[in-house]
Design a protein around this ligand. Structure first.
Ligand code: BGC
Length: 783
């Protein structure tokens, strides 16, 4: 393809990082189209790639794959093997003095890279795959890895948002659409889903996960893996899923990214492990290690975590990939004296692929010195090649590069509908004194704040070429019939900076309007990786704007755009309604307008607690009792576990969210008061919609083990049911409780349901629950 017709330009931001250069590559990918008349870029690629594609390639069974892998392995040199275990970036960027100027082309040609990170453009994928197949020593095709976190070209709500839908099918569908779009561009391997449990909203990466609960997190992990991978990895529309970041990355002290983690084995196993286990059981092909240490040993070189726990105990036999630079970072952690020792530790821990850095080049020397064995390399390469066969690229290396499908799938109308649907389901209404839904489209609406007409609604981890088609709040309102003359848009301020005269104009707009929508929040850059915040209130200037506008005395609705729980006490006290909309993706404005006008009755429920004050953080519902729990009767006394200057409880608890109707719960009925571990108890309530409009309720079941061999949380989610009820309708909701819901990692260091008293709670959120109790008796006893 002639240069003057097409320039593929990747603009990277580089920042100094421990003597190397870390690439903030997430920032900009700019593809400039063909100049002048003539075929489009896609048309050119379609005709170029066509002769490379093979027809009727048979899927190999596992026995055939095993034989093929062994045959190939027997021909490979140590360099070839290390090559498969190394991943390069898709562009020619220096990673520091020692490996300066090694371009991806060179590494691939020499067989020194087996996978490529961030080649989001199918032309680039094609170009690099051709080099691998035609010029590298064994012609082994490359894997193309990318972070497809919440959609590819059609952007879905950020994962924290979609978790609030509690809608596993819709989440799975979002992932399968993302896979369809990404694979059409040649991507074969996702760096997602992120299944870290997150309890600290200061940590920017809470936006990528499913919140604070291990049970819900496990179900969502499974849904995502099944969405990305489909039921057949050989299908060119399925993407290898990678569970990240194994493990306990979310427990970074003080919510500061990459910070120290120091947790007990019980917390590791009862809190952080379940979503990984669920993802592995769902068949995830890959796992990525976490940057942090576990009990003093960086996970990248932690054999107990990666080999003993992940592989031996959980039975994971897929590809283990290092997080970006994390093998090298074992040195900075202070657990290896140099990159060579770090490489040994990582290999001993069974890390198969090194992401982008080149410590694994030292494996040559380590083998020569007898410090690692060739068989260790063979094991890693066997796993990598097995997946290359499984996804079919060994037999048909260009099968994923389908520009004709890109045209069909990217930003396809049905994908946009799915995005809008999930976006509406992800919105959580935190307050409503009756001002919502907006009664009349005839009213004059002042939309005030930096997000009133902004397209910064996609959130972090997004590079969609269609970002400029993101539906803004203003567009959403207009499309639903509020005429442009009735909408006053007033930015008021930037996300973090004042605009001259902005506050004054905003107040004037509020005075002129019948209703005010305050569109406030965080920019996409304020959450995600390396975006921890100490202060999780809205930026000061937005707070000032809100205070000035509220004084105008008009009914005021706060519409929030953000990537983490924020501290909202002032707003709870001073505005009429609050919609938590997170980053909703391509169709954000439509989804918000659907809820504002009541075309969709809000049904989202929080998956992370919203602190009442920053000093409470981390605050989560499934905490332990402590020896001095606060109760109704002791709450005025001194020596109990509480603050002297504020509440223990979060402002909005886990599971919380309002609807335009009201639901009532009867008391819980248990089928039995005793059970043994082989039996089942059913717990039921009748839920009634006492309002007039149809609404969806998420009925939540929590269990508490009153006394265990180690202390147990005051409540743990163990089931939920989503139920749609017409106004006035009632339905009986029943949950089964078995030993599986009661088991935990106990003092004997195994999983067990221990006999004793249990409480059952059922309600609309983790706070407002009905209560009952039963006894688990030893297996040999009669119930
Ligand atoms: C992140 C990973 C991500 C990788 C590649 C790292 O910095 O921690 O989650 O997959 O970059 O983009």
């Amino acid at each position: 393809m002639p240069d003057e017709q097409f320039t593929f330009e990747l603009i990277f931001e580089k920042e100094e990082f421990q003597g190397k250069v870390k690439l903030a590559y997430q920032d900009v990918f700019v593809a400039k189209g063909a100049k002048g008349p003539g075929p489009t870029l896609e048309e050119m690629l379609i005709s170029e790639v066509a002769p490379y594609r093979k027809q009727d390639v048979k899927k190999r069974d596992s026995q055939e794959i095993r034989i093929a892998v062994d045959a190939l392995l027997s021909k490979m040199s140590i360099t070839d093997k290390i090559g498969q275990m190394s991943q390069c970036m898709s562009t020619n960027i220096s990673l520091g003095t020692d490996i300066e100027s090694e371009s991806p082309e060179k590494l691939i040609r020499e067989g020194r890279a087996g996978s490529v990170l961030a080649a989001v453009n199918s032309y680039r994928v094609f170009e690099l795959q051709k080099i691998a197949v035609e010029q590298s020593p064994h012609g082994i095709p490359l894997l193309f890895n990318f972070d497809v976190i919440h959609g590819f070209q059609t952007v879905f709500p950020v994962p924290l948002a979609w978790s609030c839908s509690w809608d596993l099918e819709a989440i799975q569908e979002a992932c399968s659409i993302a896979a369809r779009e990404a694979t059409a561009s040649g991507i074969t391997y996702n760096h997602g889903p992120m299944v870290d449990v997150t309890r600290d909203p200061r940590w920017g990466r809470v936006v990528e996960g499913a919140g604070e609960d291990p049970y819900l997190g496990s179900l969502i992990a499974k849904a995502q893996v099944e969405g990305y991978q489909g039921n057949n990895l050989h299908d060119p529309e399925s993407l290898i899923a990678c569970l990240k970041h194994f493990i306990a990355y979310g427990a970074a002290e003080a919510g500061r990214d990459y910070n120290t983690v120091d947790i007990s084995e019980g917390t590791l196993r009862n809190v952080y492990l379940p979503p990984f286990q669920a993802g592995i059981e769902a068949g995830a092909g890959s796992v990525m290690n976490a940057f942090n240490t576990y009990q003093g040993v960086p996970v990248a070189g932690n054999r107990y975590i990666l080999n003993d726990l992940l592989r031996d105990e959980l039975g994971f036999d897929g590809i283990l990939i290092s997080d970006y630079g994390s093998i090298d970072e074992i040195v900075a952690h202070g657990n290896a004296k140099d990159s060579k020792e770090a490489a040994k530790k990582a290999l001993d821990a069974t890390l198969d692929i090194e992401m982008v850095t080149r410590s694994y080049d030292y494996l040559h020397e380590l083998i020569e010195q007898g410090l690692v064995r060739v068989e260790q390399l063979d094991e890693a390469v066997r796993r990598i090649l097995t997946y290359k066969y499984k996804i079919g690229i060994m037999d048909d290396p260009f099968r994923y590069i389908r520009p004709e499908k890109e045209q069909e799938y990217h930003f396809n109308v049905s994908h946009l509908e799915a995005s809008r649907d999930l976006a509406r389901k992800s919105i959580v209404m935190l307050k409503n004194n009756g001002v919502l839904p907006l009664a009349s489209k005839e009213s004059k609406v002042a939309v005030i704040g930096p997000f009133g007409d902004s397209q910064d609604l996609l959130g972090p981890w997004q590079w969609s070429r269609y970002a400029n088609k993101t539906v803004t709040l203003r567009q959403g309102l207009e499309e639903q019939g509020v005429s442009a003359e009735r909408i006053i848009i007033e930015e008021g301020c930037k996300v973090e900076a004042a605009i001259q005269g902005g506050l004054e104009r905003a107040v004037a707009a509020a005075r002129e309007a019948d209703i005010v929508i305050l569109a406030l929040g965080e920019s996409s850059e304020m959450s995600g990786e390396a975006a921890s915040r100490m202060d999780i209130t809205l930026p000061k200037i937005q707070q000032e704007l809100a205070e000035a506008v509220v004084k105008a005395g008009k009914p005021t609705v706060l519409v929030l755009t953000n990537g983490r729980p924020l501290i909202l006490g002032w707003f709870e006290r001073n505005v009429d309604a609050i919609l938590e909309t997170w980053f909703l993706g391509s169709q954000a404005g439509h989804a918000i307008a659907d809820v504002l006008f009541g075309n969709y009755n809000p049904s989202g429920r929080l998956t992370m607690s919203f602190p009442a004050h920053i000093g409470q953080v981390p605050v989560y519902y499934n905490h332990f009792s402590t020896g001095r729990p606060v109760t109704e009767s002791n709450k005025h006394l001194k020596f109990f576990s509480k603050y002297i200057d504020g509440p223990n409880e979060p402002l909005y608890p886990f599971g919380y969210g309002l609807s335009y109707t009201k639901f009532e719960y009867t008391d819980i009925r248990l089928s039995h008061s005793r059970m043994n571990a082989a039996e089942t108890i059913t717990a039921s309530v009748v839920v009634s919609n006492t309002g007039t409009v149809q609404g969806e309720e998420t009925v939540q079941l929590y269990i508490q083990d009153i006394c265990g061999s180690v202390v147990r949380p005051v409540k743990e989610l163990k089931g939920f049911k989503k139920v749609t009820l017409a106004g006035g309708e009632a339905r009986k909701i029943t949950f089964n409780i078995t030993a599986a819901e009661l088991a935990f990692w106990n003092a004997d260091r195994h999983y067990e349901a221990e006999p004793g008293e249990f409480k059952v709670y059922i309600g609309p959120n983790s706070r407002d629950v009905k209560e009952a109790s039963f006894e688990l008796i030893p297996l040999e006893e009669e119930t």
